[in-house]
Design a protein around this ligand. Structure first.
Ligand code: FES
Length: 265
């Protein structure tokens, strides 16, 4: 068999023979994720304008402690650190935040976009050594499966928020009646998108069918369903990221009177 010896040459950072727009996707991901992180951090520290009528921002749900009617256990607790600005979101957001941070898709995306490790396939990277995810600190990503359990619990809470968003209080009489506003539809769509994202998780796919040689009919159907969502995991990751941010923004702008909730029913 014919063969040729090719000398292996280490590429400098950014060096590549690619002629396509390989830098465009990492750049867009960098801009998209940066925008989301900046907005989410700002919104989480606001501590106000996160409810409007029956709507509750998903960044603040479940509102464990707080001053709105959605709070489960009453107002701000005495044990909350005094040096930290009070906001109910600070008790909630670390869980979905770490779920996304440890997600297999986002890891691949931000390793390229933020760490340039490598910036893209066959493009030179800045580091000389790669220890991988079997060493500290990246081995901590293995907690992803446990954040999945928490995320599934959040889906039930968000679904309950959609139910709550169907019941409006008449400010004149105080009577509660059924209704649908644009905010109801936005919260419902957000819960569907988040479900498609979380239920297509790689860890869930492994849990449902990856450990078995034979799958019964129910498990096989579940495995197919999770695999179907998993095949479009990147799409659901971005759709749900935009929808959860927009849900907060919509409620915030309604609460401050900049937008008016459109009542459909
Ligand atoms: Fe993305 Fe689990 S791999 S949510």
């Amino acid at each position: 068999m014919a063969f040729a010896q090719v000398a292996w040459e280490k590429r400098r950072f950014g060096q590549t023979q690619r002629r396509d727009l390989w830098w465009l996707q990492p750049l867009l991901i960098f801009l998209g994720l940066s925008t989301f992180v900046v907005y989410t951090t700002w919104a989480a520290f606001q501590g106000k304008n996160y409810t409007f009528g029956p709507y509750l921002s998903p960044f603040y749900s479940p509102e464990l402690f707080g001053s709105s009617g959605h709070a489960w256990f009453g107002p701000k607790p005495g044990w909350f650190p005094g040096w930290l600005p009070w906001s109910p979101a600070l008790l909630i957001l670390p869980f979905p935040g770490l779920f996304r941070f440890t997600c297999y898709y986002y890891r691949g995306a931000y390793y390229k976009s933020f760490w340039a490790d490598p910036p893209s396939c066959t493009v030179g990277e800045p580091r000389k050594m790669y220890l991988g995810e079997r060493h500290f600190p990246l081995i901590l990503h293995n907690v992803h499966r446990y954040f999945l359990y928490v995320a599934i619990g959040f889906l039930f809470i968000l679904a309950h928020d959609v139910w709550d968003a169907l019941w409006f209080t008449d400010p004149a009489t105080g009577a509660v009646h059924f209704g649908i506003g644009l905010g109801t539809l936005i919260l419902a769509a957000n819960t569907i998108f988040l479900s498609c994202y979380a239920l297509g998780c790689h860890s869930l796919r492994h849990l449902v069918g990856g450990r078995f040689d034979l799958l019964g009919p129910a498990r096989l159907a579940s495995y197919r369903c999770v695999s179907c969502l998993n095949g479009k995991h990147m799409r659901w990751a971005w759709t749900s990221l935009v929808s959860v941010g927009f849900s907060d923004l919509y409620i915030r702008l309604c609460a401050t009177g900049i937008w008016h909730d459109w009542r459909i029913l």
